[in-house]
Write a protein that binds this ligand. Structure first.
Ligand code: DSN
Length: 448
């Protein structure tokens, strides 16, 4: 029987069907080499992306280099397996090992975050948050979330998202008079007036840590549930570098697994035991079908790594590096939203600092092999594809082993590039310096 697979020459380790009769043979080449032969176009893109990640500096705060073991698990046979349901209660047979990895992932998540229940099946951040809302709220219910331009996320009630339309969102903002901090008196008054069913705190472009206590106290006063979306800082919380909303008594904590946690793309919902049934049913069968068990396996691996002592050191260094980069940029005249950072990221107002918009800044930094993303700033007068700012963060550069010294060099490269974005010589110098930094700090998990 021909099944359309090609077989490379003999190498131990990989068994593939023979081309002519479909019997199993042993391939002589690694899966990677097989890909090079079988789909050169795809392979060229993969190799290009590997080079880009190795030869440039990643400063998008939500990105990181995951562990080689995570990449192995993502490309493992767990991708072949359907596992609808939960450990011990699945709708398909053959679950001995899938049950084992999901139990491992859940118990590691509970240990790391000190929570009562963990659901590790959400495919990513948006379905993870939707699963909580749909578990606990009815359409039309009132929810409070942070305004997108002030640092909130699309799934915290932005009008363009389905969740934004399904519920009645009250969007709170940061206060420019308090250097971009939240005015909790204003928030309390708003909560008293609108009586939300749930208060969401969480951010994707807010460069400060949250003070969970006031959120919880306001929610308790008005009888609202509390949810913290800590996707950006899940790793930093797990590593003890930032405070944990579970300790503040939050009902739900959601986090993606691929940012500071350095795992695969995915999401987790952590909650109190009394919400377990509602959350689990909301994820499956409410919102999703079969979980991606290769992702669950990879999540278990990343959580296992986050339990190791050196992960704490990594988290501490992410924050030290962010402060160093923010200092270097501020000293060179960059205008940072809130005046600096208390977490892993910073937002630079490029219009007021350099007279260019965020898109121009992003494109300029791309030319010196520094990757960042354009970013709206609070109440940005400019549109999202040409916003006023850029967002920078240190998780990925820290994974490469860079420290404060390298942050200072990066700060200089960024400042030079953005001040002189039209000068080819400046950009060439910046690119050279970035190449040197990369050569001295190889990107983990990327083939030479
Ligand atoms: N897209 C992510 C970020 O970059 O912050 C959040 O989902």
């Amino acid at each position: 029987m021909k099944i359309g697979w090609r077989l490379g020459s003999e190498v131990p380790g990989v068994r593939l069907p023979l081309p002519d009769n479909g019997e199993m043979g042993t391939a002589s080449i690694s899966p990677r080499e097989l890909l090079r032969e079988s789909d050169p176009d795809l392979f060229a893109a993969l190799a290009g992306e590997e080079r880009r990640q190795a030869e440039g500096i990643e400063l998008i705060p939500s990105e990181n280099y995951t562990y080689p073991e995570v990449l192995a698990a993502l490309g493992s046979v767990f991708t072949n397996k359907y596992a609808e349901g939960y450990p011990g209660r699945r709708y398909y047979g053959g679950q001995e090992f899938t049950d084992a990895i999901e139990r491992l992932a859940r118990s590691r998540a509970k240990a790391l975050f000190r929570c009562e229940h963990a659901n590790v099946q959400p495919l990513s951040g948006a379905p993870m948050n939707a699963a909580v809302y749909l578990a606990m709220l009815k359409p039309g219910d009132t929810v409070m979330g942070m305004d997108l331009s002030h640092g909130g996320h699309l799934t915290h009630g932005a009008p363009v998202s389905h969740m934004g339309r399904l519920f009645q969102w009250i969007r709170y903002k940061t206060d420019p008079g308090r250097r971009g901090r939240i005015d909790f008196d204003v928030l309390r008054r708003s909560a008293r007036r609108h009586r939300p069913r749930m208060i969401v705190c969480g951010y994707s472009s807010y460069p400060r840590d949250y003070d969970y206590g006031p959120f919880k106290s306001i929610a308790d006063e008005v009888g609202a549930m509390t949810m913290a979306d800590v996707s950006h800082i899940g790793g930093l919380i797990a590593g003890g570098a930032l405070s944990n909303p579970v300790d503040a008594g939050f009902d739900f904590v959601t986090t993606t697994t691929h940012k500071t946690l350095r795992g695969p793309r995915g999401g987790m919902i952590l909650c109190k035991k009394r919400f377990r049934k509602a959350v689990d049913q909301s994820v499956f069968p409410g919102l999703q079908g079969g979980p991606h068990m290769n992702q669950v396996a990879a999540t278990a691996i990343a959580l296992g790594r986050a339990l190791q002592p050196d992960f704490k050191e990594y988290c501490r260094q992410v924050l030290v590096n962010a402060r160093a980069l923010a200092r270097a940029l501020s000293a060179g005249g960059a205008d940072l939203v809130t005046g600096g950072t208390s977490n892993h990221m910073m937002v630079v107002d490029c219009v007021s600092s350099f007279g260019i918009n965020g898109r121009q800044a992003e494109e300029t930094l791309d030319r010196i092999a520094i990757t960042c993303n354009k970013q709206v700033i609070p109440d940005d007068p400019n549109p999202p594809l040409r916003p006023s700012g850029i967002r920078l963060g240190t998780p990925a550069a820290t994974t490469r082993g860079m420290g404060e010294e390298e942050m200072e060099v990066l700060g200089e490269c960024i400042l030079d590039g953005l001040r002189d974005s039209g000068d080819p010589a400046t950009l060439a110098r910046g690119r050279r310096r970035v190449r040197e930094l990369c050569a001295a700090h190889p990107a983990p998990g990327i083939p030479e």
